[in-house]
Design a protein around this ligand. Structure first.
Ligand SMILES: [Fe+2]
Ligand SMILES: [Fe+2]
Length: 472
């Protein structure tokens, strides 16, 4: 810019100088050269002016109009930037909201999956109901949650709770037709009311310390009938229960309904299994009538041993409720294989010959084959097949030793021998408890697992009581 100005000044100075020189020449001597000089000077002046207008004025000195246009353009740009920034801010905010929502959904899905797992792995419905109530309370951020069940006669009862200060506090459901809990069941429709600020009468519930600010109850159904409802009370945040909470409760209610259905099926299946086992045990007993109450005593002896061993450190992880239960239920099946032993041997009133005993021993493998199949008979099969194995490997049919013999069979082996010892048989008299105790102690590590013997010694008094209660 500065260079252009300098150029202009120099150019003007040159023009002005030439003009003075020519003017002087013109005054002193008018001729053709002088005329040419005048023309040249004029051209130079016009050229200088053109250069000035074309290059310098437009660049260095914008017109007012240009300035105004420029200002308007800048203002427009500023507004555009402001608008875009606002839009970007909104998009970022929306994205944050969506992201938070997604995180929430992911958490809920995770929680529901955990809940489904808990439902599938828990046998007891009341435990499942308490777990569902706990999830419902947490996922809706409420103070209390109750699962209310209804019977065919529309009587209400509590299935599970969460947040009630103590399970010992009496929860009283008002059986009158009043109260929101009853209304949800009767109408089969959800109710969501915030800021009620009432007492238990409003909802039809009473327990110590109850004050109802917000209420939401969602029914759940099985085969088209209302079977219960999930109730949450008092949202922890000020704005009360939302539609999101409502949806959540519907999902959890469905879980409860599914749990009820699947547990009902499991219950029926379990009942069928029990009947099959009892019938089989009765079959075994009929085939061997001399044993009398042997089968009943076996159940209780074996259960006492399993329960006692559960207290031992090295069996804590191995023995659970299911193990104890299946030992109790399956121990009467230990001699079921006797159905395949000929009467001449099975009912022989004298001692068996060596050959006869070999046939008798086959009741173990026959029993194993009879019970080979459904998983619920697995414990029964192990007991029937291996209850005559010995800890030192001297038993039959497979000469298993130590922990090769399943624990259930090691337990039943002791129960069986104890009962045979302390009962009258065609080939022997009834021995005393003390004699059986001495024999079993001596056989620890030989016939019997030393840990099972230890459990027996701890529960020896209980064995006496069981025998007394279950005489022939
Ligand atoms: Fe046997
Ligand atoms: Fe037996």
């Amino acid at each position: 810019m500065k260079t252009k100005w300098k150029l202009l000044v120099v150019l003007n100075a040159v023009v002005f100088l030439i003009f003075i020189l020519i003017a002087t020449a013109f005054v002193t001597n008018r001729n053709t050269l002088t005329f040419t000089g005048i023309m040249l000077t004029t051209c130079l002046a016009i050229g200088t002016y053109s250069v000035y207008r074309k290059f310098i004025e437009p660049c260095d000195m914008p017109s007012e109009k240009d300035k105004k246009q420029l200002q308007e353009y800048v203002t427009h740009l500023e507004k555009e930037v402001e608008l875009k920034t606002k839009k970007l801010d909104n998009t970022v905010k929306e994205f944050k909201v969506i992201n938070e929502h997604l995180v929430k959904i992911a958490t809920v899905v995770e929680q529901i999956n955990k809940l489904s797992f808990a439902i599938n792995t828990t046998l007891h419905l009341d435990e499942i109901f308490n777990t569902i109530a706990d999830y419902a309370r947490n996922l809706t951020s409420s103070e209390y949650c109750l699962m209310i069940l209804t019977s065919e006669e529309r009587n209400l009862s509590i299935g599970g709770t969460a947040g009630i200060p103590s399970q010992n506090h009496a929860i009283n459901i008002l059986q009158s037709n009043n109260g929101l809990c009853r209304k949800v069941i009767e109408d089969g429709r959800p109710i969501r009311l915030n800021n009620i600020n009432g007492d238990g009468n409003v909802v039809g519930l009473r327990f110590e310390g109850l004050f109802v600010r917000d209420f939401m109850g969602v029914p759940f159904f099985s085969k088209g009938k209302t079977v219960g409802e999930l109730v949450v009370l008092n949202k922890k945040e000020d704005d009360g229960f939302t539609m999101e909470d409502h949806e959540m409760l519907i999902t959890l209610g469905n879980q409860a309904a599914n749990a009820i259905e699947s547990k009902k099926l499991q219950y029926v299946e379990r009942e069928t299994q029990l009947i099959v086992m009892i019938k089989m045990a009765q079959l075994a007993e009929k085939r061997d009538p001399e044993t009398g109450g042997h089968i009943d005593r076996m159940r209780f002896y074996s259960r006492a041993l399993a329960e006692e061993m559960r207290n031992f450190d090295n069996y804590k992880d191995m023995i659970d409720d299911n193990f104890v239960k299946s030992v109790f239920e399956a121990s009467p099946l230990h001699d079921i294989g006797k159905v395949g032993i000929p009467d001449g041997i099975l009912l022989k009133p004298r001692s068996l010959t060596k050959e006869e005993f070999e046939v008798m021993k086959q009741h173990t493998t026959i029993g194993g084959n009879i019970l080979d199949g459904p998983p619920f008979l697995k414990t029964g099969k192990e007991i029937a097949l291996w209850h005559h194995e010995k800890y030192n490997g001297a038993g039959y049919p497979h000469k298993l030793a130590g922990n090769e013999i399943p624990l259930c069979a090691r337990i039943v082996a002791l129960s069986d021998v104890y009962d045979a010892f302390t009962s009258k048989r065609v080939y022997k008299e009834e021995y005393s408890h003390e004699k059986a105790l001495t024999y079993i102690k001596e056989e620890a590590g030989k016939h019997f697992d030393p840990d099972v013997v230890k459990a027996f010694l701890n529960r020896a008094d209980e064995f006496i009581k069981i025998k007394e209660k279950n005489k022939n």
